[in-house]
Design a protein around this ligand. Structure first.
Ligand SMILES: Cc1cc2nc3c(=O)[nH]c(=O)nc-3n(C[C@H](O)[C@H](O)[C@H](O)COP(=O)(O)OP(=O)(O)OC[C@H]3O[C@@H](n4cnc5c(N)ncnc54)[C@H](O)[C@@H]3O)c2cc1C
Length: 294
């Protein structure tokens, strides 16, 4: 039996792993890849150089540290985690059952896709799913944002402070009639379109979008229709909220002793590489303290 199993090899999982190794724990990482979502970047036409994800260099260093330690990491998908007397059984896709006294879930979240023509080809080429990461690159431009939730409306408000114009596409009413949404409607820089985005056009960069029957030229596109936390493996344990995020306290503890979580899969504000690194480090140190007390 291991002291600790870390599920996920993105920024949160890698940071947790480095801290757990430093504490000389008997630790095992189970992950589908090493690096997680840090591979996402965004090319913005006319912007000097390519966007570099802040924190990605740190993640690269963590990754190199773990990469050659093949005996403490396995590339595998965790299917479910089951609490047993004083331990957790962790089941993987390759039908293995592994045991640990504590577990950290750091499986991240995936942005929801529209699944419309042009989307797949243009990801990273003017098309992003993370306004919080890339909105600041659109000074004096005219990007579009798709989404009706508060996250999308906040992205539009942020963008309106620096962009020439913001095209806000609302697939449904969502939060647009909230006090925040009403202020956005009154903003002269924000042009609102109601209806479905049906196509994204451009050869090697986003050039226009089709909303219902209207073609709108744009300088970039943000799809902000939500994140899906990868929390299926603990879905039956009563540790998730209505959005599927694992609920943790400020020590990365879930409501189950010995079960910790860190990064985008949790309810912690907000999805950024550096935040995930910090949360991963914290989860490992809190798991270490938990194990000391056992
Ligand atoms: C388009 C986009 C652009 C972004 N740009 C930036 C940016 O410029 N700057 C910035 O700071 N942040 C950016 N972010 C956010 C950043 O990528 C995330 O906050 C960060 O990667 C979260 O780290 P994480 O470790 O929690 O999750 P992830 O990076 O998602 O890693 C999750 C890990 O868990 C593994 N995994 C998932 N499910 C399982 C399972 N069942 N079993 C085993 N392994 C599993 C995955 O393989 C992966 O290794 C961006 C996000 C997106 C979507």
């Amino acid at each position: 039996m291991h002291d600790l199993i870390i599920v996920g090899g993105g920024p949160a999982g890698l940071a947790a792993m480095v801290y757990a190794l430093n504490k000389r724990l008997d630790v095992l990482m189970l992950t589908e890849d090493l690096g997680g979502k840090t591979a996402y970047g965004l090319e913005v036409k006319g912007y000097e150089g390519h966007e570099v994800i802040r924190g990605s260099e740190v993640v690269e260093k963590f990754k190199r540290q773990i990469e050659y330690l093949t005996d403490v990491r396995q590339i595998d998908r965790v299917t479910h985690v089951v609490p047993e007397e004083g331990r957790y059984a962790v089941f993987t896709q390759s039908t293995k059952k592994l045991d640990a006294r504590a577990v950290i879930i750091a499986t991240g979240a995936l942005p929801k896709r529209l699944n419309v023509p042009g989307e797949r080809q243009l990801i990273g080429k003017g098309l992003s799913y993370s306004a919080i990461s890339h909105a600041q690159l659109f000074i004096e431009r005219a990007p579009a944002i798709v989404g009706s939730n508060m996250r999308a409306l906040q992205a539009a408000a942020e963008m309106a402070n620096i962009a020439k114009q913001v095209h806000l596409v609302l697939p449904e009413a969502g939060e647009i009639d909230s006090p925040f949404g009403k202020r956005l409607q009154a903003n002269p820089k924000v042009k609102i379109y109601r209806g479905a985005l049906k196509e994204i056009r451009g050869t090697d960069y986003v050039e226009s979008i089709v909303v219902e029957d209207q073609t709108i030229p744009v300088d970039g596109l943000f799809i902000e229709i939500g994140l899906v936390p990868n929390s299926k493996c603990v879905a039956d344990l009563g540790v998730t909220d209505v959005y599927g995020r694992i609920v943790v306290n400020n020590r990365c503890e879930t409501s189950r002793p010995g079960l910790f979580a860190a990064g985008d899969v949790t309810n912690v504000f907000i999805e950024q590489v550096l935040v995930a690194i910090g949360e991963g480090a914290k989860a490992a140190l809190c798991a270490y303290e938990y194990l000391l007390n056992q």
